[in-house]
Design a protein around this ligand. Structure first.
Ligand SMILES: [Fe+2]
Length: 255
């Protein structure tokens, strides 16, 4: 985070899959997308370009930081009996801290152009869509159902970032902690439809959202994207009215 006069998304950053730098550079050249200077305040490494909304995008040719190691979470759900002789209530709160950033969603007024850029130029793929182009989820190949995506809005902005925690208990404990500190109760606990992850969201001080998640769908190379007309949650309370409010100030047109 950088101090600024108004809330604004500064840049997004991706670690390229090892060995794909040249391929991505060629694809950027083919698309006629110019390289830019790193925006003031950013770590200057890597390639820098702008997406169709004018957001600065950093492409790093370094291995991503490994997720924080966590213990296996044993369950006695469905037909599985993995936890024998262990009182779960004495274990469930032992580790509630995030292990990695899972995904971020941005607001955009032009989802078709943004999806085309991030898929055709940068190599992400569509995982699923809800209500036409209202929400588009993108993946980076085998792994989490989505690592990036877009919510249709009147103008660009930052919607949420989501951090994986070790269990559903960790999500609920984080939500309890926010409530106990007087923060807005947010949205959750629930299980999402698209991606299937358990979730809880809290608003950040600037009107964007922070999500904790656990148990997100893992996709493979055979995943087929679908168009769905479903609520965002499989169960739990519906989202607050403000969930899709874009409080980011409109930007001056950038080059
Ligand atoms: Fe999310």
């Amino acid at each position: 985070m950088l101090e600024g006069s108004a809330k604004r998304l500064h840049h997004v950053s991706f670690n390229l899959r090892p060995g794909t730098l040249d391929q991505v550079r060629e694809s950027i050249d083919r698309a006629g997308t110019p390289m830019i200077e790193p925006p003031p305040g950013a770590v200057e490494d890597g390639l820098w370009i702008r997406d169709p909304d004018g957001t600065a995008v950093q492409l790093l040719d370094v291995a991503p930081a490994p997720a924080r190691p966590v213990a296996e979470v044993l369950t006695n759900a469905g037909a599985s009996r993995q936890r024998i002789g262990v009182a779960q209530w004495r274990e469930a709160t032992a580790d509630v801290m995030p292990r990695r950033l899972g995904h971020s969603l941005l607001f955009t007024a032009q989802p078709a152009r943004m999806v085309a850029f991030y898929t055709e130029v940068l190599g992400l793929a569509v995982s699923d869509r809800i209500h036409g182009d209202l929400v588009t989820f993108l993946n980076a190949g085998p792994g989490d159902h989505h690592i990036f995506g877009f919510v249709k809005s009147s103008h660009p902005g930052f919607h949420h970032s989501s951090f994986e925690v070790p269990s559903i208990d960790a999500i609920a404990l984080g939500a309890d902690r926010m409530r106990s500190k007087g923060r807005d109760a947010g949205w959750g606990l629930g299980r999402h439809t698209i991606g299937s992850n358990f979730f809880h969201y809290n608003p950040d001080p600037w009107g964007s959202w922070i999500e904790w998640f656990s148990d997100i769908d893992q996709i493979d190379d055979c995943w087929v994207a679908g168009d769905w007309d479903v609520p965002p949650h499989l169960w739990g309370a519906p989202p607050p009215q403000t969930f899709l409010s874009n409080l980011e100030t409109r930007r001056e047109p950038s080059g």
